[in-house]
Design a protein around this ligand. Structure first.
Ligand code: M6R
Length: 634
């Protein structure tokens, strides 16, 4: 989703801005732009210079090569269109009617219609269709008032004007502003949308996400909600909503991950699929080491006092994270005996269930910045706190790959899935890490509720310990098979995915992956539902992918698959090799494992299958059209 990168210091900022934006490309965007304040050689005046281009950042880089710009302060932006088409005009930065102020913004200004109406009445004309453009115009009006009151054109005037305008805005934002009359100032602010500050040597940064800071500085400070900061070449001043100066110590970024290295893989997605055995191994070493004390089932940093108070669990998540949550809900209910419900975070916000007592609320988000998940968690916290009844208090847990994210900071208990940065927009290794974290929670609750005896808990732990090895074998085997099969499916228009029980969410995930990166319509169903409607779609042109794992529903899934085959559908099985698997036209064989751990394996061929179809079609696998890695708007 939109990315902001801004710099102030003593170096030429234009290459730094492009470099910072490049490190956030993985978030997904459709246009890019930047603004600097440039000294005129003729009359030493300072001018705001803007460069924008539609499409990939390379277009902006090429434009800058042809038409370079200078300046020691600048703001950059990658836009993911919400209001107005993805074109050059709507790309950020946006400027005010004087041509002196430039703004980049993420989020949505919900009252922009009212604001633009009042600006139009003042004779101000708009050039874009964006909600953002109201901001520079409003700031310009505030600056005009200040200058009429004898204020000087400096950073403080800009800061105060921005603060006044922020109080007029409804909705969510992260923004950065520069003014050609105050070339030593960069003002940034946030409400709900993420923004971090970076402290370099004689230069200061602001970015939507910490990866953008890599290579510039490791010292960072996340801006809190409703805070505003004034960045100058000398330092950073931080203010809260009421204008009070804030003093907080910055932190050091951990790790020195290099974000642009595909390591000989054609795409990040394939690299990340291949990293899954390592994800699983690291997770096991961290949370399920062999030498765990005998009374501990898992080494999670979750307070034991929470466990005593929990009668049920509700999980809030979106997209792939929701599918991991569904696997988790199955495990928590069926293995650990804890009633668990999964909600679309976006739906939960506007139709929450009646308050239930002694409930653990879990938020699952790879990025930790998904606006719907964050808002649902905040809303749940508010409504529970409002009751003042101890039975309804907010017990919270976050599962994320980014402990430095908003979810990581806002929730008291966090499970860090530790999958390492994921660049491909389509989640793969983080899905595995999220599922593993639910296995961990299941072990924790099962030993606490005594629903399972020691042997059953030990068996599940031991099965989990075998997974990294099994993943390595599976990836090796199915990478080449799915590559071979991919060419058979490039012209396919619709695919149905079937699964039941613990593998139903994997059918949903298989369908989502295929849709996301290959743009083929796909739908996942619980296999038993096929005959209640979707079967009408089937013929020789609609392949059916069926996940059939020995266990509670094995025979049932096989029968449902037969029903599809009888309608001429080409049948692709994700199943162990054997007599039963003969019904499949194509087989992605998986080892005979306990049904409990099977989702960790059945998802692998589905990821590879989607990947190779998309790669075969020559699509932009890592940054599919219209999608963003971090969905920071509602
Ligand atoms: O960062 P999150 O896990 O909260 O993101 C939720 C969804 O936007 C995300 O899973 C999306 O569905 C991915 N593109 C899946 O590949």
């Amino acid at each position: 989703m939109c990315g902001i990168f801004a710099v102030i210091g003593s170096r030429e900022v234009s290459p730094l801005l492009v470099d910072g934006l490049r490190k956030m490309e993985y978030r997904g965007y459709d246009s890019a732009g930047l603004a600097t304040i440039q000294n005129s050689n003729k009359d030493h005046s300072r001018n705001l210079i803007i460069r924008k281009s539609k499409g990939k950042l390379i277009n902006l880089s090429n434009l800058l090569k042809k038409d370079p710009i200078q300046g020691h302060v600048g703001i950059g932006h990658t836009r993911w269109a919400t209001h107005g088409k993805p074109n050059e005009i709507n790309a950020h930065p946006h400027i005010d009617f004087t041509g002196e102020i430039a703004v980049v913004q993420n989020g949505i200004i919900e009252n922009y219609r009212d604001l633009s109406h009042s600006l139009l009445l003042k004779g101000i004309e708009f050039t874009s269709q964006t909600d953002t453009e109201v901001i520079p115009h409003l700031i310009a009006l505030e600056i005009e008032k200040s200058l009429n009151n004898d204020c000087s054109p400096n950073g403080e005037t800009l800061l105060i004007s921005v603060q006044k305008v922020l109080s007029l805005l409804e909705g969510t934002y992260a923004l950065a502003v520069i003014w050609s009359k105050a070339p030593d100032a960069l003002v940034v602010a946030r409400r709900q949308a993420p923004l971090v500050l970076g402290f370099g040597e004689g230069e200061f940064f602001c970015a939507s996400d910490t990866p953008a800071l890599s290579g510039f500085t490791r010292t960072f400070l996340p801006l809190e909600n409703n805070e505003v900061a004034l960045l100058t070449p000398l330092g950073i001043e931080l203010y809260d909503q009421s204008g009070q100066r804030q003093h907080r110590a910055p932190s050091l970024l951990k790790g020195t991950e290099f974000f642009g290295d595909k390591k000989n893989f054609r795409h990040f997605m394939l690299k990340e699929i291949y990293e899954q055995p390592e994800t699983a191994q690291l997770w096991i070493e961290r949370y399920l080491p062999i030498d765990l004390q005998s009374d501990t089932s898992i080494a999670f940093p979750v307070s034991k006092s929470i466990l005593n108070k929990i009668d049920q669990i509700q999980i809030l998540a979106c997209g792939t994270s929701r599918h991991a949550a569904m696997v988790g809900a199955y495990l928590l209910e069926q293995f650990a005996g804890v009633p668990t419900k999964v909600y679309f975070a976006s739906e939960f916000r506007y139709s929450p269930p009646p308050l239930s007592s002694n409930t653990l609320t879990i938020g699952v988000s790879q990025s930790g910045e998904t606006a719907d998940t964050l808002a649902a968690l905040r809303m749940e916290k508010e409504r529970r706190n409002a009751t003042n009844d101890i039975n309804f208090c907010f017990h919270q847990l976050g599962i994320t790959n980014r402990i430095d994210s908003s979810i990581g900071r806002e929730l008291d208990n966090i499970i860090d899935i530790g999958s390492g940065i994921e660049i491909g927009v389509a989640a793969t290794k983080t899905f595995l890490g999220q599922m593993l974290s639910f296995y961990g929670l299941t072990l924790l609750f099962a030993s606490h509720t005594k629903k399972r005896n020691k042997k059953e808990i030990l068996d599940l732990s031991n099965d989990l310990r075998l997974v990294p090895r099994q993943l390595t074998d599976l990836i090796k085997k199915h990478d080449s098979l799915s590559k071979e099969l991919a060419h058979l499916f490039v012209d396919t228009k619709d695919v149905i995915f079937l699964g039941r029980g613990i593998n139903y969410p994997i059918a949903l995930e298989g369908a989502l992956k295929l849709k996301e990166i290959s743009y083929i319509h796909a739908q996942g169903y619980p296999a038993g539902e096929l005959k209640h409607g979707p079967i009408a779609l089937l013929d020789q042109h609609v392949p059916v992918v069926s996940i059939a794992v020995p266990g509670v529903v094995y025979e049932k899934v096989l029968s449902n698959s037969q029903e599809a085959k009888a309608r001429d559908a080409r049948l692709i099985g994700i199943a162990p090799y054997g007599k039963e698997s003969e019904i499949f036209d194509e087989l992605f064989s998986i080892p005979k494992v306990s049904e409990w751990v099977s989702p960790l394996l059945t998802v692998i061929p589905l990821q590879l299958f989607s990947y190779h179809i998309a790669a075969h079609k020559g699509l932009d696998v890592d940054q599919p059209r219209n999608l963003a890695k971090s969905v920071t708007v509602e």
